[in-house]
Design a binder for this molecule. Structure first.
Ligand SMILES: *Cc1c(COP(=O)(O)O)cnc(C)c1O
Length: 394
């Protein structure tokens, strides 16, 4: 297997983790197999005992999936990883594999909808308590800590309001309290933010988003130390089966090769769109982590090395203006997905965040006029013209 710690990110994303078969294929092989053969009954026994290296069953591990895990570890600076069937399988596994009845989770309020459901609705069924805090407010994190706090969980930048949480400060607080910090790094991508370097213990992704990048496969990954994975995730993963399909892993390996050029292009376009939106007087608020108007521009510069492929903004006139604007777009398509080659737009209050109470939405700043745009790979001038035309129609 190839790896080289001195490689820069774009090189790692192409060459790290490759294990070639006897045929010396250039492109990673797709091992679409459930099981593996043994030369003898003794060999099978040895492998089950862990005395002989090798695969046993694809729920536990698969060569194509391993290549993807290795490449992600090289990129994140993580010791070990497990790839999962979806981003939510990654979040759920990362939390459920270690939380016990009587434990307490402190999480930022601004979480991806399903992540919030896991913390707020599912984990309490197993006796795990939680406190949700305003992620921007370090005092709120501190005040939420209890003697039984074992997990801190956050997402930064957040969906859809693109707020940041100080990852290093929360990691320090978690460690002072013998707890671990789990970071959902989907919006930042592996290119713009390295949570492990900032002190996080566990990082997870929905690889469905930028890592696939072309809207095809669902997937996720949990990365952490060998010790944490051996103590918590290893057995949980084997026996509950949230494994990634080898076909999807193969697709994500290809996605990682082009991740830097796609994300750079999408970020440059998002920056231009953000600049243009910031000048419109029909827009109340434009939120973009790479823009000087972002309230946490200083923190963005401290912990992120790039802006975002996402832009959020709020139109005057609430839901009816937002719907008119969205319906008038021709190039940008309506979808709740993100990170795709196609530019996608969504109205969070009625879709991704419809399950929150009005109060919770207000608290998170998700107003009825708010719109979230995931910028794709189209020519940015076509996107700018489409947006201008749609703004004029309201
Ligand atoms: C999409 C997403 C998830 C869930 O991932 P799936 O692959 O859809 O299961 C989790 N967190 C964030 C921030 C996401 O954008």
């Amino acid at each position: 297997m190839s790896s080289n710690n001195t490689w820069r990110p774009a090189t790692k994303l192409i060459h790290s983790g490759v294990t070639r078969s006897q045929f010396g294929e250039t492109s990673e092989a797709l091992y679409l197999t459930q099981g593996y053969l043994y030369d003898s009954a003794e060999a099978a026994e040895a492998r089950f005992k862990g005395e002989e290296e090798g695969y046993i069953y694809s729920r536990y591990g698969n060569p194509t999936v391993s290549m993807f895990e290795e490449r992600m570890c090289a990129m994140e600076g993580a010791e070990d990883a497990r790839a999962t069937a979806s981003g939510m399988a990654a979040v759920h596994s990362a939390i459920a594999c270690q939380a016990k009845a009587g434990d307490h989770i402190v999480a930022a309020k601004a979480l991806f909808g399903s992540c919030r459901w896991v913390v707020e609705k599912l984990m309490p069924q197993y006796g795990v308590e939680f406190t949700l805090v305003d992620g921007k407010d370090m005092n709120a994190w501190k005040e939420a800590v209890r003697p039984n706090t074992t997990i801190f969980f956050l997402e930064s930048p957040t969906n859809p309001t693109l707020e940041l949480v100080d990852i290093k400060a929360v990691a320090d607080l978690a460690h002072e309290n013998d707890a671990v910090l789990i970071v959902d790094n989907v919006f930042a991508t592996p290119l713009y933010q390295s949570p492990i370097e900032l002190g996080a213990d566990i990082v997870m992704y929905s690889t469905t988003k930028h890592i696939d990048g072309q809207g095809r496969c669902l997937g996720g990954i949990v990365l952490g130390t060998e010790e944490w994975i051996n103590d918590h995730l290893h057995d949980y993963f084997r026996h509950t089966g949230p494994s990634m399909s080898p076909f999807n892993a193969w697709n994500f390996l290809k996605g990682l090769e082009t991740l830097p050029i796609r994300v750079a292009h999408q970020t440059a376009s998002a920056g231009k769109i953000a600049n243009s939106l910031a000048k419109q007087n029909t827009i109340n608020r434009m939120i973009y982590p790479g823009h000087e108007s972002h309230p946490q521009a200083e923190l963005a510069a401290k912990q992120m090395s790039g802006g975002s492929t996402m832009v959020a903004f709020e139109l005057d006139g609430g839901k009816s203006s937002a719907f008119k604007f969205i319906n008038a777009l021709e190039t940008v398509q309506i979808s709740n997905n993100l990170g795709d080659a196609k530019s996608l737009i969504t109205h969070p209050a009625t879709t991704t965040h419809k399950n929150l109470s009005n109060e919770d939405r207000d608290e998170l700043g998700i107003s009825s006029g708010m719109i979230r745009l995931s910028v794709g790979l189209e020519d940015v001038d076509d996107l700018l013209e489409d947006i201008q035309k749609a703004l004029h129609s309201i």
